[in-house]
Design a protein around this ligand. Structure first.
Ligand SMILES: Cc1cc2nc3c(=O)[nH]c(=O)nc-3n(C[C@H](O)[C@H](O)[C@H](O)COP(=O)(O)OP(=O)(O)OC[C@H]3O[C@@H](n4cnc5c(N)ncnc54)[C@H](O)[C@@H]3O)c2cc1C
Length: 375
């Protein structure tokens, strides 16, 4: 009976490919549908928390064999450039999305995942079977995992609540050649946003910032926004004055939603950003994408082996997702709110300068512990 099971995963980013590898290693027939080709640059801070490393190893993925930068220190500065630096509680590593997504894609193919390059445009669930429609075909599946990221046409098809709203956020990312410590991730606040900097496997510095559209739209282009807003922070001014851009032009995205989402929608198990996006300043979205893929895969495998009902599977996944991530998401939202208030950010730095261990607690409150390598 089990061999007839077919799991279709919509989206081949970190969450989708991780779940695909996990399930394929457990002998399941898995198809991933990804609209883009690999490798591809993506807007992201490109700092991954070490909490997922042991789990990635069990899947046969060894990022540290690919020149990643080991990151153990964190520097924070507020709008006026007042700063503090601490060692990170768990630390992490710097790797570009160009490299890590390709690494996972190669491993997925190696373990027998069927990878299709196509766009999912519709899906239906009837009589325990999903029909997933892409531009080129229709696939039947026993289970569908939604791993299509922050926002997609699939959300429109599913009439998800958040999709009707507009988001006030946009993000910009580019790589630079610059003198920057390999073991550091920096977060610099500016009026209406914050900017993360850290090195990736190529030796380039990844610069990624989140900005409030209301502030941004007053400027005629990215360059003037950078000069007139970001560079008011002295750390960012020093960086941009000496760094050489490595991209022809920065990548940009908009419509970034941080609102609550559902973990199940029309019987689809949502993972990664499709289930919820933590505020990027926490630097934990990728670890959460990978971790949620593990939780969904474990729940699905348990359900298949014990023969529980689909409803039991959905309840179990939702409960586990909430118990692992809900608090982290709330804490992230609170910190972001504080950071956008100049007075609180100023006061925050002066308190944290006197008690740096408090900053470690703040960071810990938005991260998990080392993820078990039980598999
Ligand atoms: C500005 C910013 C900075 C960030 N910095 C960090 C950081 O430093 N560290 C960190 O841990 N996290 C960071 N994050 C969060 C992190 O980028 C995400 O949490 C992570 O990418 C989620 O992975 P995912 O697999 O859920 O989604 P994605 O990586 O977005 O993958 C989704 C995939 O689905 C595909 N897709 C979408 N629709 C369809 C469709 N209809 N059919 C087929 N395919 C489809 C897309 O092409 C994409 O490849 C940041 C986020 C932002 C916005």
């Amino acid at each position: 009976m089990h061999k007839d099971i077919h799991i279709v995963i919509i989206g081949g980013g970190l969450a989708g490919l991780t779940a695909a590898i996990h399930l394929a290693l457990k002998g399941k027939k898995v198809t991933v549908i990804e609209k883009n080709n690999y490798p591809k640059h993506k807007v992201c801070g490109e700092y991954i928390s070490n909490e997922v490393l042991p789990y990635l190893h069990t899947l046969g993925i060894y990022p540290k064999d690919h020149g990643v930068k080991r990151i153990s220190n964190f520097l924070f500065s507020n709008h006026s450039g007042s700063s503090l630096e601490i060692s990170l509680p768990l630390g992490g590593f710097g790797i570009s999305r160009y490299a890590i997504d390709q690494l996972l894609f190669d491993r997925a193919k190696e373990v027998g995942v069927i990878c299709i390059q196509d766009l999912v445009i519709d899906l239906k669930y009837e009589n325990e079977i999903f029909k997933v429609k892409t531009r080129k075909s229709v696939l039947e599946a026993t289970y569908v995992i939604g791993a299509y990221g922050k926002r997609s046409g699939v959300d429109v098809t599913l009439s998800r609540k958040f999709i009707k709203n507009t988001s006030p956020w946009l993000a910009v990312k580019a790589h630079y050649k610059a003198d920057f410590p390999e073991d550091l991730v920096a977060l610099h606040n500016f009026d209406g946003g914050y900017c993360g900097l850290s090195k990736v496997e190529t030796g380039a510095v990844n610069v990624c910032y989140l900005a409030d559209y209301k502030t941004f739209k007053k400027y005629k282009d990215l360059q003037s926004y950078q000069n007139e807003v970001l560079e008011k922070n002295k750390y960012l001014k020093d960086f941009f004055t000496t760094a050489t851009p490595l991209f022809k032009k920065p990548l940009t995205i908009s419509q970034i939603f941080f609102e609550d989402k559902t973990t199940i929608e029309n019987h689809i198990l949502m993972i990664g950003d499709s289930a919820g996006l933590i505020h990027p300043l926490c630097g934990n979205g990728m670890a959460m994408a990978i971790h949620s893929a593990k939780i969904a895969s474990d729940c699905l495998l348990h359900h298949i082996y014990v023969g529980s009902s689909r409803r039991e599977l959905e309840l179990a996944y939702t409960a586990q997702w909430k118990s692992v991530f809900a608090k982290r998401m709330r804490n992230g939202a609170m910190i972001q709110k504080g950071l956008f208030n100049k007075r609180i950010a100023k006061l925050g730095v002066s308190i944290l300068q006197r008690s740096p261990s408090l900053l470690k607690k703040v960071i810990t409150s938005t991260h998990g512990t080392i993820l078990s390598d039980e598999f």
